[in-house]
Write a protein that binds this ligand. Structure first.
Ligand code: NAD
Length: 417
């Protein structure tokens, strides 16, 4: 059984748990357990040395009951159709939990981006966009960046689809550069949303975030923004990491300096001197109040869940906690805000970007941030209430809300024909 098969199994198990709470009809459960559409493509790219390489890619649309589908495109050597399907399912619940009018989708190309020149990356992107053009579109399915893709890749996709349409269609992707119809505040949106979720959770459990000792795993888009805003609001960020390793100072780290002076260097944040170098494993087990896993999946696992000292965990990454670890942390009374709620800021502001593109009317950053925080707080409150009502944990409560909203939409629309 491959690891990716397990990811889809994990997503289906989570759905089964929520379905039991909701006493969902078995037929409806089966509708939600499967993707509506899976497109698999194999396409050639002429590399810089003249060699032709065939790449494999996917676009999976999980559910369209609540609106067009939305979800990132990932470029990574390990992707497959099952992992892409699981990620599309999570997008469906995430959009429903924060109550934005989308279903979930995900796209992927099996490629190591680091092995491509810029020209090859552009050619691969334009060809993949052309291959999936039959299922994406500004009214049907709107991609966004994910691991291995960025604003430039989105600009190439937008341009490719526009060339084929004969006119500019900015609404076909989100996460674009601001001068091409991107939204102010989109880059920071996920990290900003993580901090809003942390604030709400702290209120709920009676923790003061001012001075709270905080550890952030991952210093990329999500982690660096979350760390900077946490520090700005008075938290003491004592540990941060990237793929190369982690740094720790119990008196607090200068996050702005790390971001501006060190994160772009070849040696990264480890070149900062006034700290102790620790491993990523040690980082997660540091004595702290708040832990923000903002790197990759499966970081809090059966083997370390007993040793985590944080009282509050807010999941910036997708799937950082395995089900075994979830159980252990829950039994130990650690309060955890799950990914489908905590990191929804990105898709919320992607939604704002799409709305702005369709209207050709653009908002100020303050307006974006205010509306983002309002949606995050209202979603948090709904999940916290569901947790009370069903006497369960925050992850199950978020799943119950997400699945319930999608199921209701499916029932109200009816099964065609
Ligand atoms: P990113 O590539 O910008 O940053 C990832 C960070 O994690 C980097 O600092 C990297 O060095 C570090 N990292 C990688 N491997 C690691 C390892 N083995 N141990 C420790 N650190 C490691 O990516 P991102 O956009 O910040 O995304 C991070 C996570 O958040 C992913 O799980 C992603 O799916 C999720 N997410 C991102 C967004 C978004 O808007 N960017 C939205 C929702 C969820």
């Amino acid at each position: 059984m491959s690891e990716h098969f397990n990811v889809l199994e994990m997503a289906r198990q989570q759905l089964s748990i929520a379905s039991k709470y909701l006493d969902l009809d078995e037929g409806l459960h089966q509708v939600l357990a499967r993707p509506k559409r899976q497109l698999s493509v194999n396409f050639p790219v002429v590399m810089d040395n003249g060699e032709v390489i065939v790449f494999e890619g996917f676009r999976v649309q999980h559910n369209t009951s609540r609106g067009p589908t939305k979800g990132g495109i990932r470029y990574h050597p390990d992707v497959d159709v099952d992992e892409t399907t699981a990620l599309a399912m999570w997008m469906t619940w995430k959009c429903a939990v924060v109550n934005i009018p989308y279903g979930g989708a995900k796209g992927s190309v099996k490629v190591d981006r680091k092995q491509l020149s810029r020209r090859e990356l552009e050619k691969l992107t334009r060809r993949f966009a052309t291959e999936i053009n039959i299922v994406i579109g500004e009214r049907g399915d709107i991609p966004a960046p994910d691991i291995g893709t960025d604003g430039q890749v989105m600009a190439w996709i937008m341009d490719t689809i526009s060339m084929q349409a004969g006119h500019t269609t900015p609404g076909v992707v989100t996460g674009k550069p601001v001068d091409l119809g991107g939204s102010e505040g989109r880059v920071e949106a996920t990290g900003r949303g993580v901090v809003v979720a942390a604030e709400e959770a702290a209120k709920q459990i009676g923790m003061n975030l001012n001075g709270a000792r905080t550890v952030v795993q991952g210093f990329g888009n999500v982690g660096s923004v979350a760390a900077r805003i946490m520090a700005d609001q008075g938290a003491k960020v004592i540990g941060v990491s990237d793929a190369r390793g982690a740094i720790y100072n119990p008196n607090g780290l200068p996050i702005e300096e790390l971001y501006h002076k060190y994160s772009g260097r070849d040696g990264g944040i480890q070149e900062y001197k006034d700290c102790e170098i620790v491993s990523n494993e040690q980082l997660l087990e540091l004595d702290c109040d708040v832990l923000l896993p903002c790197a990759i999946s499966a970081q809090l696992v059966k083997e370390n869940a007993d040793k985590i000292k944080a009282k509050l965990i807010v999941e910036g990454a997708n799937g950082p906690t395995t089900p075994d670890a979830d159980q252990i942390l829950n039994d130990r009374g650690v309060f955890l805000v799950p990914d489908i709620l905590a990191n929804a800021g990105g898709v919320i502001v992607s939604y704002f970007e799409w709305v702005q593109d369709l209207q050709n009317f653009f908002w100020e950053e303050d307006e974006v941030n205010t509306k983002l925080a309002r949606i995050m707080r209202s979603a948090y409150s709904a999940v916290a209430q569901a947790r009370e009502r069903h006497k369960t944990d925050m992850r199950t409560a978020a799943m119950i809300i997400g699945v319930h909203r999608v199921a209701e939409a499916t029932i109200k629309r009816g099964i065609f024909p």
